[in-house]
Design a binder for this molecule. Structure first.
Ligand SMILES: [Ca+2]
Ligand SMILES: [Ca+2]
Ligand SMILES: [Ca+2]
Ligand SMILES: [Ca+2]
Length: 379
């Protein structure tokens, strides 16, 4: 396998150049030094040939029996040649008996041993629900320390029709992913959006890295409170005690926080405001003073629901007061004869009596009958 990957470079100006992929196991074949330098193995062995790397770590060794250059360490291209496209290690073959030194260059070629990575944690974005479609949001870039086609090639986004992906190429050729708002948000419909950003390199096979994107949709006051009914009607008996709750009005607002906080207000110009009190927090309508069907049998109130962001709704409240038999009939003598002859003919009018009951219907019907006797009239 190693031998297939390894290719010997032509020796030029007495210099040997080889090329091996990174991450080969220790002892892997790099180049046939003895053959390429036309040195005899016996001479190499006899004269004490060795390979010395430039730098602290000895990456290569000379295999004494075969005269081959082999790896003395596993070589990680990304570690020794960070951000360098062409990664070359240099060493010298020293033949002590001949006092000769042959320079050797070994190019370490890249293998696709790193997947693109977005680092730790998910990407969190906070976007207002009224953000304009086509707004762009910069996303974290993925890193892939490999080079060429083994490095980062493309991004893809999945998860939600509200968002699409745009990849901009920077001046340095680096790809910058951006999230684009493709469809208007609505916090009341979805307060969060979960997306998946995938980065791929161009290796064979391609490696990928993913990042979860969590979009938190911030609230705007885009809903007015709405009453459950346009008109609330209630019938209450006139003797209902002061302080009683007669009915409740309810408005809902799906927004968040103060944008969805509903307070109820009774229109103060209303004459009914002295009789009824609307509780601002609950929408309960309570009786402030006694009702009297005989004075007012119908009230109409206008009530408003306000949210904390200045939007409101109005509803009508109709209160019908029903009669209770709370009045005795009143009798008044409008005119009467001061005296009457005892032989007055039957049918003589002796007094005009006015009988009144302030109640209505059956409660106000006055029955004048046998209890009316002579004593009552003359007294
Ligand atoms: Ca890679
Ligand atoms: Ca690599
Ligand atoms: Ca609202
Ligand atoms: Ca909202």
């Amino acid at each position: 396998m190693c031998c297939v990957l390894v290719a010997a470079w032509e020796a030029a100006w007495g210099q040997l150049r080889y090329s091996v992929p990174e991450e080969l196991p220790k002892g892997s074949f790099v180049g046939d030094v003895a053959k390429d330098l036309a040195l005899e193995l016996a001479a190499l062995r006899a004269r004490g040939a060795r390979v010395v790397s430039q730098g602290r770590t000895q990456y290569f060794a000379l295999h004494a029996n075969s005269g081959q250059l082999v790896t003395a360490e596993r070589i990680d291209r990304e570690q020794i040649c960070e951000n360098v496209e062409l990664c070359v290690l240099r060493c010298d073959l020293i033949v002590e008996g001949e006092m000769k030194l042959y320079a050797i260059e070994v190019e370490i070629t890249d293998i696709n041993d790193n997947a693109p990575s977005f680092g730790e944690g998910e990407i969190e974005l906070r976007i207002n629900e009224i953000a304009s479609v086509r707004m762009r949001y910069t996303l974290r870039r993925a890193q892939d320390p490999d080079v060429g086609s083994n490095s980062l090639q493309s991004y893809a986004l999945s998860g939600d029709e509200h968002f699409s992906l745009s990849v901009q190429a920077g001046a340095d050729g680096e790809k910058r992913p951006e999230l684009v708002l493709a469809k208007a948000l609505d916090r009341e419909e979805a307060a969060f959006h979960e997306l998946l950003l995938t980065a791929s390199d161009g290796g064979e096979p391609a490696l990928t890295g993913t990042a979860r994107i969590r979009v938190i949709v911030l609230d705007a006051n885009d809903n007015a409170p709405a009453f459950s009914q346009a008109v609330y009607s209630v019938r209450v008996p006139e003797d209902v005690p002061v302080g009683s709750a007669l009915l409740s009005v309810t408005a809902t607002d799906p927004d968040d926080g103060t944008n969805g906080d509903v307070k109820y207000i009774q229109e103060i110009s209303d004459k009914a405001s002295k009789t009824f009190r609307l509780e601002p927090d609950t929408g309960e309508i309570k009786l402030l003073r006694n009702l009297d069907y005989e004075v007012t049998d119908f009230y109409e109130l206008l009530v408003q629901a306000h949210d904390g962001g200045g939007l409101s709704d109005t509803a009508k409240v109709s209160i019908s007061v029903t009669d209770v038999n709370d009045n005795a009939p009143e009798i008044s003598v409008r005119s009467a004869l001061s005296e009457i002859s005892e032989d007055a003919a039957p049918g003589t009018v002796v007094a005009l009596v006015h009988v009144q009951d302030r109640d209505s219907g059956g409660n106000g019907e006055v029955y004048t009958g046998p209890q009316w006797d002579r004593e009552t009239v003359t007294n």
